[in-house]
Design a protein around this ligand. Structure first.
Ligand code: PLP
Length: 366
């Protein structure tokens, strides 16, 4: 049996409805921002319950612009984690700031007990990541940040649909970023990003900044860039958004089946603690496994496309060599980099495929 990691051919098999929407776009000629982007932005803002959504070209762009919107710039520091996709940290560097890492907890999320020690007079933002589509302890993070008067920017890139006690990821920080990269819960046909905020001033800045600072075609209010969401991606995103709750529920069902199937194997492989009230969207279904590399090889050899996200923490990447970190600085993160494995649990995985995955894991540890 094959258990594929990617599902995009299945997700977009019924392509005609998308083409119907795209025909309307093409006949309108609205190819630069315009009504199709606005409709999508309003729809997304209403979905998560926030005032403003601003579409960008990528999640990375959404992060860079969000950081700028809260005042991050040259000479400032931004607190984040080293177990994330490189874009989180790349965005801090691109905004002109220095990343300051803190270790993660056993849920693979920022360890809230270690944030305060990382705060300095130069800290311009805290950038917690909803790593793997799982919310970090946002209430505690906001409480710490408020006490120090520091804005929070959520890297909610992998976490459209995630919630804490009914409140959506992306509604805790001041300005927050989502990705619509193909392997995210809300995905488009290539790249796309969304910034969300309740802050009118930040929204005004972001709408200008992502479009060259143009007030209108003849008036430039501020220096900006071109980081606009493409209208055809807004059209695709709008349609996927109609189905995203169903997609997320299917992922949750598969994650629960995997959690249940792995019961009894805790000495070899175990899912993280899943606190009550936290809705994870399982952009990645992560577990910690002993003999991880052998296990991944075994699974792949039997048709289960397991992956590792990621084997090298960011503070140990060559690109980070000038940041002054070394092996041993973040022991939990470094251990997890050796142990973590991603199992396919997306919305197109069937119960039979989950059972098969579990049976191969059981065979490996027997
Ligand atoms: C945690 C995290 N941050 C940022 C990004 C960047 O998003 P994008 O690929 O849309 O630029 C991603 C995903 O790719 C991500 O997983």
């Amino acid at each position: 049996m094959q258990v594929k990691y990617s599902y995009l051919d299945q997700q977009f098999a019924e392509v005609e409805t998308y083409f119907d929407d795209l025909r309307k776009l093409v006949s309108s000629g609205e190819f630069t921002l315009g009504p199709f982007v606005e409709v999508f932005e309003k729809k997304f803002a209403a979905y998560i319950g926030i005032k403003h959504a601003i579409g960008t070209n990528t999640g990375t762009g959404a992060l860079i612009l969000s950081l700028k919107a809260v005042g991050v710039g040259q000479g400032s520091e931004v607190i984040t984690v080293a177990n994330t996709f490189i874009a989180t940290v790349g965005a801090i560097i691109a905004a002109g700031a220095r990343p300051v890492f803190v270790d993660c907890d056993e849920r693979y999320q920022i360890d809230v007990n270690k944030i305060e020690a990382a705060i300095s007079p130069r800290t311009a933002a805290i950038l917690p990541v909803h790593w793997a589509g799982c919310p970090p302890e946002m209430d505690e993070i906001i409480e710490i940040a408020d006490r120090h008067g520091i804005p929070v920017v959520e890297d909610a890139c992998p976490a459209v649909g995630a919630k804490i006690n009914g409140r959506f990821a992306g509604t805790f920080g001041k300005v927050n970023a989502f990705s619509m990269h193909p392997l995210k819960p809300l995905n488009v046909w290539g790249d796309g990003g969304i910034i969300v905020t309740d802050d009118d001033k930040a929204a005004e800045f972001l709408r200008l900044y992502r479009n060259h600072g143009l007030l209108d075609r003849d008036h430039v209010e501020i220096w900006g860039v071109n980081d606009r969401l493409q209208p055809f991606q807004a059209v695709v995103g709008s349609r996927v958004l109609d189905t995203v709750e169903g997609l997320v529920e299917a992922r949750i069902r598969n994650a629960r089946l995997l959690d249940a199937g792995l019961k009894g194997l805790e000495s070899s492989i175990r899912p993280p603690h899943r606190p009550a009230g936290y809705r994870e969207v399982y952009q990645l279904y992560l577990v910690t496994a002993s003999r991880r590399d052998e296990l991944v090889k075994f699974l792949v050899g039997r048709g289960v496309e397991a992956k590792v996200h990621y084997p090298i923490p960011i503070h140990l990447q060559n690109a980070a060599r000038n940041l002054g970190y070394k092996r041993g600085d973040f022991p939990v993160c470094e251990r997890q980099a050796q142990e973590v494995v991603t199992l396919p649990a997306h919305q197109h995985i069937t119960e039979e495929q989950v059972d098969y995955t579990v049976s191969i894991i059981r065979e490996f540890y027997r």
